[in-house]
Design a protein around this ligand. Structure first.
Ligand SMILES: *[C@@H]1O[C@H](CO)[C@@H](O)[C@H](O)[C@H]1NC(C)=O
Ligand SMILES: *[C@@H]1O[C@H](CO)[C@@H](O)[C@H](O)[C@H]1NC(C)=O
Ligand SMILES: *[C@@H]1O[C@H](CO)[C@@H](O)[C@H](O)[C@H]1NC(C)=O
Length: 435
């Protein structure tokens, strides 16, 4: 989920530092902050980002070398084969799909089962490899004999091309996870199945990677038969119980749009080289701000310091945020407001024109016939267990819920936790192997 990407907190937190305590982290932590306070923090954060951009010397910060490698470079550095594929969607976006076809522990062979991994908002394919071969799901799946494909949603670092538009056209950014669900996923899945000559694949999504899936399989129901099993990590469809303090801000309709405009009408948090190195720098070991970085992260994502490897923060933050459209955030904001999982809300009059009804239609979750397994955790402030329960009841073919057996486990921990291997990945893989 976007608000769980560290740079968001970093931006917020740098703003807080600038404010010199006019909004304390503890007031955000308590969840009692008012919309005005959060608004202030963001406004000031924006100013401080501009200030930071004026300090080029920070770019010489040479921390962990992994900060400067992209997904395929990282994969090769750790001794795995990496492939780069491009896929063009029906509406002309050009996406990059990364692949780990086999592993040193499981050599190339025909007809390996295919698994497709889809990252969350503001993230990229790097999510699945960032903790290295010992821990990250991408490598562990390759070791277990799977042919591993890593999607990149339109608008992120690796998927910024279009047949006729450029990223400076605001039309390029006129999409939310709805378009990712009806265009990006079908194009990528068809491409992968064709390349591998397989009839179906295993799908694993985190956060927005699950939302996109639910959009696709409820809308283009013919895709259900192409999914052998969907594993949903921190699934996001219903958002009635989102706990993060930032949701109070985004949930407040009149302020949401101006805020997103302020943050950049088109692209939200691009992963610029300079921004990355600055954010890497301020959160690196030995930096006095590191503690504040992790505190801000927890303030918005759920508190779980035991599972965050602060040494890795600079690397994590050099790969996320990887950019997305403002409209994706607004679409989530609409769902937080309505408590429903539904199409984009254009407002009464345009809804009537487009959908033939005043409110947008809901995505029909009961039409999803692909088997779906939901993995959730108690301390996830975005995928609240109550929302996940409702989702489980709504799906056409749930194969059950699995609660991560650690009370403090949060939304981000599904990708970045120190013990993500034993708590999540081993469970995911053993279920796949027996399914
Ligand atoms: C944190 O990450 C560093 C760098 O990859 C690694 O050396 C260290 O073992 C990790 N710490 C824990 C507790 O996993
Ligand atoms: C939703 O899907 C189910 C199962 O395919 C179908 O029976 C039902 O009519 C659909 N509902 C709507 C509102 O389209
Ligand atoms: C989730 O849904 C499945 C299928 O309807 C059901 O068997 C299972 O008991 C549900 N899990 C929970 C926790 O309600």
């Amino acid at each position: 989920m976007w608000v769980c990407v560290p740079q968001v907190y970093l931006v917020l937190l740098v703003g807080m530092c600038q404010l010199c305590g006019s909004v304390s982290v503890s007031s955000l932590l308590s969840g009692n902050s008012t919309i005005a306070e959060v608004f202030n923090v963001i406004e000031n954060a924006l100013e401080s980002v501009n200030l930071l951009n004026l300090i080029p010397s920070l770019e010489n910060n040479n921390g962990n070398p992994d900060q400067y490698l992209n997904t395929p470079e990282l994969i090769e550095k750790y001794g795995y084969p990496a492939e780069i594929h491009t896929v063009t969607t029906e509406d002309s976006y050009i996406l990059t799909v990364h692949r780990i076809p086999y592993s040193p522990k499981s050599p190339a062979a025909p007809n390996k089962p295919v698994v497709f991994l889809q990252h969350g908002i503001l993230s990229s394919s790097a999510d699945w490899i960032i903790l290295g071969p010992e821990n990250s799901l991408g490598y562990l799946l390759a070791d277990a004999g799977f042919d591993v494909w890593l999607g990149n949603a339109r608008g992120n670092t690796y998927s910024k091309k279009h047949l006729s538009l450029s990223t400076s056209d605001s039309k390029f950014w006129d999409f939310s996870w709805h378009e990712m669900g009806i265009y990006d996923l079908p194009a990528a899945i068809d491409y992968v199945l064709e390349q591998t000559s397989q009839p179906d694949l295993y799908y694993i999504g985190h956060s927005m990677g699950t939302t996109m899936f639910f959009v696709m399989t409820s809308t283009l129901t013919e895709y259900n038969s192409k999914i052998r099993l969907m594993t949903a990590l921190a699934p996001i469809a219903y958002m009635a119980f989102v706990k993060s303090p930032i949701s109070k801000f985004f949930g407040a309709n009149p302020l949401t749009k101006p805020l997103v405009r302020m943050l950049g009408i088109n692209e939200f948090l691009p992963n610029g080289k300079l921004t990355s190195s600055i954010l890497g720098y301020v959160c690196s070991d030995g930096s006095i701000i590191q503690q504040v970085c992790s505190t801000a992260l927890f303030a918005l994502c759920g508190y779980n310091p035991q599972e965050l490897n602060t040494t890795l923060l600079p690397v994590l933050m050099s790969h996320a945020p990887a950019g997305s459209s403002a409209k994706s955030f607004l679409h989530y904001a609409q769902d937080m407001n309505s408590g429903s999982f539904r199409h984009w809300d254009y407002g009464y009059i345009r809804n009537l024109f487009r959908y033939g009804q005043l409110s947008p239609p809901e995505y029909n979750l009961s039409a999803i016939t692909a088997p779906v397994r939901l993995l959730y955790s108690d301390n996830d402030w975005f995928a609240d267990p109550r929302d996940v329960y409702k989702l489980n009841q709504s799906l056409g073919n749930s194969v059950g819920e699995y609660r991560i057996p650690l009370d403090s486990f949060n939304h981000l921990d599904f990708v970045w936790a120190i013990h993500v291997k034993t708590l999540v990945n081993d469970e995911v893989i053993s279920f796949l192997e027996n399914y």
